[in-house]
Design a protein around this ligand. Structure first.
Ligand SMILES: Cc1ncc(COP(=O)(O)O)c(C=O)c1O
Length: 359
């Protein structure tokens, strides 16, 4: 009875929730550094906006995200018609695949990247080709080489999750130059706001040049709204119109719209979150260096750590110390763990727990 494509899917295993770990291990204090969330909480302006709009939830949300669309279009200097909103950027991945890929079409991505590209493609019955990373980075030259007559969409997480690495402006320029006209490149920029590297590409420029690109962004990371589920896409109007056909009418809830609108303007909160990640990263790099533990330098708010021993075992031991990180079995990186940069106290707790379980 079951769709054969569904049989190929291993369900996505998210980071363990704090309450679940407390319940299962009988712990009182647990910290979560597992899902690249904002450890400072949501933007206070967003919380206030949600409180004010609570009485509106008897009504369906405004499907067009009107006010958020207007505000974001001004901020990004794009037209309102160039934007689409989703129930997290996860949903936009689904919408892109539904709008662009027919049953015979092929989707390309990396083999060690955000797992949802492959999972959502399979859920939609689409074939996926996964190209190995090179030195933990997307190998855009090899991906371009592998484009065939059936290739329709290419998903590129930049920065990449779980490695924290990124592809440079020059690499993306070369990649897009001469890309076949019937192929769309999707740049997933969930971690954009954490990037400080000078050679990181300004993806909006490729959109402005009229290239076949779709840019995906989210309110789940720097804006601290992961629990509300809201993300957006930027593309040329024609693409957006087709994607709108694959969108459910009330996909973004009222509270998410109000919170995102308020969070967009909370520059004080955003700067604070950026500073926390910058300082936390410096601290964690220093401690890992002292412990002589290898890690992949990250442009995002998490670090992929090479323990050179069974990562799942260390993950389980850290859980018992009340620290949730992410084991990397799903990604085939068995000797690694990924840790999200937390608040100062959380980073210290992680380092103390890591020292303890490694000794
Ligand atoms: C690269 C990447 N894209 C998209 C997402 C999903 O974000 P959202 O919460 O907007 O669905 C994540 C979440 O971890 C991610 O790492």
């Amino acid at each position: 009875m079951i769709n054969r494509k569904i049989l190929e899917i291993t369900p996505y295993q998210p980071g363990k929730p704090i309450e679940e770990v407390k319940r299962q291990l009988g712990l009182k204090e647990v910290i979560k550094l597992a899902s690249n969330e904002n450890p400072l909480g949501p933007s206070p302006k967003a919380v206030l906006a949600i409180k004010k709009s609570l009485t509106k939830i008897n009504r369906y949300p405004e499907g067009s995200c009107f006010y958020l669309r207007q505000r974001l279009s001004k901020k990004l200097k794009v037209r309102p018609e160039n934007l689409i909103f989703g129930n997290g950027s996860d949903e936009l991945i689904d919408i892109v695949i539904k709008a662009f890929c027919e049953p015979d079409d092929e989707i390309i991505t990396a083999d060690t990247t955000f797992l949802e590209y492959r999972i959502i493609a399979l859920q939609n019955g689409r074939a996926v080709r996964c190209i190995p990373l090179k030195d933990f980075r997307y190998d855009l030259a090899r991906i371009k080489d592998r484009i065939g007559p059936k290739t329709k969409a290419i998903f590129i997480a930049n920065p990449n999750n779980p490695t924290g690495t990124y592809v440079t402006k020059r690499e993306v320029d070369d990649f897009l130059n001469g890309l076949p006209e019937n192929v769309v490149a999707i740049f997933d920029q969930a971690y954009l706001e954490f990037v400080e590297n000078k050679d990181f590409p300004l993806s909006l420029n490729y959109f402005r040049q009229g290239k076949n690109v779709i840019i995906l962004r989210t309110f789940s990371k720097i804006y601290g709204l992961a629990g509300l589920r809201i993300g957006y896409g930027i593309a040329r109007e024609e693409f957006i119109q087709y994607m709108e056909r694959a969108r459910q009418p009330f996909n973004v809830n009222t509270l998410a719209q109000e919170a995102a609108l308020a969070a967009l303007d909370d520059t004080v909160f955003i700067r604070k979150a950026q500073r926390a990640v910058r300082e936390g990263k410096k601290y964690l790099y220093g401690e890992l260096d002292r412990l002589k533990i290898n890690y992949i330098p990250s442009a995002a708010n998490f670090i992929l750590i090479d323990l050179k021993r069974d990562g799942l075992k260390i993950f389980n031991k850290l859980l018992k110390e009340g620290v949730i990180v992410r084991d990397m079995q799903q990604y085939g990186l068995n000797n690694f763990i990924r840790v999200t940069i937390g608040r100062e106290k959380e980073n210290k707790k992680f380092v103390a727990a890591l020292k303890k379980v490694l000794s």
